[in-house]
Design a protein around this ligand. Structure first.
Ligand code: PLP
Length: 390
């Protein structure tokens, strides 16, 4: 199997797997007062310190969660509830139009809580329109509760101009959250120097276990909890701490950060070969997202005219290649990706999208296998599409 779906989830790092296995064999609730509880607490706090050090944060910034979706929900809902309660006129929630559903959907849900959702537009490459943001800030800064713009996009890999977002929001005291789930294993991410108020990380995208992640939230940031209960994690994320997951997350992150400089160069070279050969060999292909340094090193995103992404996935799967479309499927009906539509890609073209995402275990042989299969697969998908239309 040629695995080109690392943005969906990537294999656990062997060191993280080993650390997790050891911890799974131990018993102790990190909130218990006895020796086993204290040992579990020590493991959690050491993991927290390590996670913080890897991300340029303070240990007290790290709120451990059950993954990226939960951290995004805590950031968006928690910031809105807190800011809106303190100043009721702050109802506007600004998010980029290309956010992951883990940000978009809580922001949409907040409309039922009195929020006004503002979707910030992007250009054809998926880069945030900073003029639209500046205009919104100039006209409504006293009504904005929060801004959420992702570090890098999960579908098309485009990296966002976060420092400009932070610089625009800071004079007005508006908190900025970034979903850095796809960025951490491939880009230099430093929470303190980013100037962000909150940032989401997910362990299974960087060699850790699924169902583990963190919201980094600077001390003093008002955050209303989403989960209520035992009051763990500064009272904003109740629930018994997952000691094995915290430990494995920390170990995976250490390795991801250590290997990142060389991995980023290696993956970018693989990606560039994939894009160059695919666009040369297959007619009707278009690269989507930003170019060169403007996109994640491990992301290649293409649309194939006259094809359905889902047909391409099944045909590639039969050829032993795993990748994804990036678009959602509702009740069995393929939907064009909201990310591509926001970039101005016509709906028909957006339905022929494929995302190939590379990671630690990706090799030249994976790219060779894909490039060998792709021309025939696309020809078959087109023929099938024509047969349906005909
Ligand atoms: C950008 C982004 N945010 C959030 C998530 C959700 O993270 P998790 O799977 O840990 O809930 C993902 C996962 O696909 C993602 O790519």
């Amino acid at each position: 199997m040629t695995y080109l779906d690392h943005a969906a989830t990537t294999p656990m790092h062997p060191a993280a797997l080993e650390a997790m296995t050891i911890e799974l064999g131990r018993t102790g609730n990190a909130s218990s007062l006895h020796a086993r509880g204290r040992a579990a607490r020590r493991t959690v706090e050491e993991s927290r310190e390590s996670i913080a050090a890897s991300l340029g944060a303070r240990p007290s910034d790290v709120i451990l969660t059950g993954g990226g979706t939960e951290a995004d929900n805590l950031a968006v809902k928690g910031l809105f509830w807190s800011r809106h309660a303190a100043e009721p006129r702050r109802r506007r929630v600004l998010v980029s139009a290309v956010e992951h559903h883990a940000v978009l959907d809580p922001a949409r849900w907040l409309e039922s809580q009195g929020a006004e959702l503002v979707l910030l537009p992007v250009d054809a490459d998926g880069v945030l329109d900073l003029e639209a943001l500046a205009d919104e800030l100039a006209r409504h800064h006293e009504e904005i509760a929060l801004i959420s713009v992702m570090w890098a996009n999960n579908e098309i890999g485009t990296i966002q101009p976060l420092s400009a977002v932070v610089a625009g929001a800071a004079p007005h005291g508006i908190p900025v959250h970034a979903d850095a789930v796809q960025a951490v294993a491939q880009l230099e991410v430093d929470f303190a120097s980013s100037g962000l108020d909150a940032m989401t990380v997910s362990a299974h995208k960087l060699g850790g276990p699924t169902g583990s992640g963190a919201l980094l939230a600077r001390r003093g940031l008002g955050l209303e909890p989403v989960l209520h209960g035992g009051g763990q994690e500064r009272g904003v994320r109740s629930g018994t701490l997952d000691v094995p997951a915290a430990r494995a997350f920390a170990v995976a992150l250490e390795h991801a950060v250590l290997d990142r400089p060389t991995e980023a160069v290696r993956l970018a070279a693989l990606r560039d070969r994939l894009l160059a050969v695919a666009t040369e060999q297959v007619p009707g292909v278009q690269v989507r997202g930003a170019h060169g340094d403007g996109r994640l090193p491990g992301n290649a995103h293409l649309t194939f005219s006259g094809c359905e992404g889902d047909s391409l996935i099944y045909l590639l799967d039969s050829a032993g290649i795993a990748c994804s479309t990036g678009s959602a499927c509702q009740a069995g009906v393929p939907q064009a990706s909201h990310v591509l539509l926001a970039c101005g890609v016509p709906e028909r073209a957006a339905r022929g999208a494929l995302r190939f995402s590379l990671g630690r275990t990706s090799t030249d042989a994976d790219i060779d296998a894909l490039l060998a299969a792709l021309p025939q697969v696309v020809a078959r998908a087109r023929a099938a599409g024509l047969a349906v239309v005909g």
